[in-house]
Design a protein. Structure first.
Length: 124
């Protein structure tokens, strides 16, 4: 249950976030869109979901609502290149734990993960 579900349709952003978190010895499971993420959530438990806002199909806010219905105790971090006060307000209304604006520094994403769920590192 220490896995982090990372959902982003942009391969470069997905790879960057994955590398940052894996360098910190975190276990990542990837999804390229909301449908894939929901399928994974129905099969596995995750400690945290990190999702992009803008994706084809349904967006990160819609995904978060659906994901929280499946896994109500799982916190969500939303990332967006177009962060506005409205998006932040909607994210809070949905129950998203943290919102990060792109671009972000590696220490910002890692700090957000640790702030939301504490130490989720793999046990050796």
């Amino acid at each position: 249950m220490n896995h982090i579900l990372l959902v982003d349709d942009e391969p470069v952003n997905h790879l960057l976030i994955r590398q940052i978190l894996e360098q910190a010895k975190l276990t990542i499971c990837s999804a390229a869109n909301g449908e894939e993420a929901l399928s994974l959530l129905e099969k596995s438990n995750f400690r945290l979901m990190i999702t992009d806002l803008h994706m084809p199909g349904f967006n990160g806010l819609e995904l978060s609502r659906k994901a929280m219905a499946i896994a109500p105790d799982m916190p969500v971090i939303l990332i967006s290149g177009a962060l506005t006060p409205d998006i932040s307000w909607l994210a809070a209304e949905v129950g998203i734990a943290k919102v990060l604006a792109k671009p972000f520094r590696p220490d910002e994403i890692l700090g957000a993960v640790l702030a939301v769920v504490g130490n989720v590192r793999k046990e050796h």
